[in-house]
Write a protein that binds this ligand. Sequence first.
Ligand code: CA
Length: 232
Amino acid sequence: MKKLPRVLIVEDEAAIAELIAVNLRHNGFSPVWASDGEVAQRELDAVLPDVILLDWMLPGQSGVALAKRWRADARTKGVPILMLTARGDEPDKVAGLDAGADDYITKPFSTQELLARMRAVLRRRAPEQVADSVTMGELVLDGATHRVSYRGQSLKLGPTEFKLLHYLMKHAERVHSRGQLLDKVWGDHVFIEERTVDVHVKRLRESLGDAGAMVETVRGAGYRLTAQGVRV
Ligand code: CA
């Protein structure tokens, strides 16, 4: 089953937050409500959402200050932020975008408008798509047909292993840390533990069979796909 996109609503007015949450739930999202920046920060520390809806006027730290902080933080910088502003606050909108918000929406807004903006920011931040083909010696990955072969033999890979191999082949001979692989392969708004990478690398090696030795572990640094030392 597909995971519902998680939306963090940072809004001090409970009635507005509740209305947004109900509409999001009806449209296939999983909303979480935070009434101020502090609660929102705790939520972000626990689970990264796919999108943040951030109210401009909040008690304590303003929406703009929070947007700036989250953009400056390596963990949250990839999460799209949609600012909620009051009607006619033109300078606010500019400041919001300057602070790192991806877009803004003016209250009151329709559910359709909100959904359209959210889908747009989600699309813009989607991880690298796999559509092309890459070849490394006798290892061939075809993005269009989702097929991988080695020495003419077709190999069976799961979807994550496929994306992982595609990324490693596109950036071969370079060492990638687990964090970098999470960003590039899983997407920067998805929170997954780093050891998940190890699990998928192990599966990838197994799926590759004889070519599995091309996936090297670089102690203390991460992983590398290399043609060296392997007869390809
Ligand atoms: Ca408010």
